[in-house]
Design a protein. Structure first.
Length: 366
């Protein structure tokens, strides 16, 4: 409180001094001032400018205020607390007493901040110590948690190993019991099989003996019965053969008579008829005459050129080789026993009753 009162007093004295100086400059000049002004005018000239005089006075006042502020700062530095002086060094003896007539420019807040610096540093040191302590506690907790986890892990590993040991022992015991049971079951099964085999052998021997006795008793009668049955079957077979032969002869005689009555010879002049121009038709429909590969009824058979009057084997004019629609290839229709038959790429007109070739067209198909 004494320091603040002292500073306020020096500030008021400085302000009063500045006002007095300003009034002395503005007030009318006395005989001394007149003498000084006359001397100044004599030095500068009689007709000096008042504005320049005013500026010089203001400059002088500023310099004086500046010097007063400097003195006030020096007084504040001398008036610092003992703790600050001890930390920064001992104060000089010539600056120990502050000047009362100086005008201080240091605000009150700065003085308070300067006075509170040691407390602030102590608080910062305390906060740092607390922070370091908290970090040490956290690290200790982390280490403790890790140790606990490791201990739990080791504990669980020990438990798992013990459980695995017990499980292996149980599995071994179960395997032993199972093997014993299998051995016992195998023994029981082998004994049962032996008993069954013995009983079956006894029944077989008894059955064979009984069968032999029955065969001996019924042998004679059975042989006689079989002989009678064979004789009857042969007689029936002979009778059936005779009946079939008679029917076949009657059918063949009737077919021959029918053939003689309705048979007409094949007329080869059909090539002169424009309706059956198969060459022009084939030229316009080439794809229609491609029937695919010809598969002979014999595996080793090869193509041979067949002429009219040849006797063709029955396998070469089967229904699968017939041309059922002759008009589709612009061939004349057939009648009676005649049929158009494909033979490789040729077309044959065959009498299906005797296999004789009546008409031939070579290279008919592509």
């Amino acid at each position: 409180m004494d320091m603040t009162f002292f500073l306020r007093g020096t500030a008021l004295s400085g302000i009063a001094l500045a006002l007095a100086l300003a009034l002395s400059l503005v007030a009318p000049a006395g005989p001394a001032s007149a003498a000084s002004t006359s001397a100044a005018e004599a030095g500068r000239g009689v007709g000096a400018d008042p504005i320049a005089q005013r500026r010089a006075a203001m400059r002088q006042a500023r310099q004086q205020a500046r010097s007063e502020r400097r003195a006030a700062r020096q007084q504040v530095r001398r008036a610092r607390p003992s703790a600050v002086r001890s930390s920064r060094g001992t104060a000089r003896p010539d600056r120990a007493r502050p000047r009362l007539d100086a005008m201080p420019r240091v605000p009150q807040g700065r003085v308070e901040r300067v006075e509170g610096r040691p407390d602030r540093r102590m608080r910062q040191a305390a906060r740092r110590a607390e922070r370091v302590e908290r970090q040490a506690n956290r690290r200790a907790e982390r280490v403790e948690r890790r140790a606990g986890r490791q201990a739990d892990r080791l504990d669980w590993r020990g438990r798992d190993r013990a459980a695995q040991r017990l499980e292996r022992r149980g599995v071994r015991r179960a395997d032993r019991i199972e093997r014993r049971g299998e051995r016992n079951a195998g023994r029981i099964e082998r004994r049962a099989d032996r008993r069954i085999d013995r009983r079956a052998a006894r029944f077989d021997r008894r059955g064979n003996i009984r069968a032999e006795r029955r065969a001996q008793r019924q042998g004679r009668d059975f042989d006689n019965r079989v002989a009678r049955r064979v004789i009857r079957a042969e007689r029936r077979r002979d009778v059936r053969r005779e009946i079939r032969r008679e029917r076949r002869d009657a059918f063949r005689s009737g077919v021959r008579a029918e053939r003689r009555a309705s048979f007409r010879r094949w007329d080869r002049r059909w090539r002169n008829d424009n309706r059956f121009g198969w060459r022009n038709y084939r030229r316009a429909h080439r794809q229609h005459f491609r029937l695919g590969r010809y598969y002979a009824p014999f595996r080793a058979h090869r193509y041979s050129r067949i002429g009219i009057g040849w006797q063709l084997d029955r396998l070469f004019f089967q229904p699968r080789f017939f041309i059922n629609d002759p008009w589709a290839f612009r061939l004349p229709p057939v009648y009676g026993p005649y049929r158009w038959v494909r033979y490789y790429d040729d077309v044959l007109l065959v009498d299906v009753h005797n296999g004789q070739v009546v008409d031939v067209i070579y290279d008919f198909f592509w």
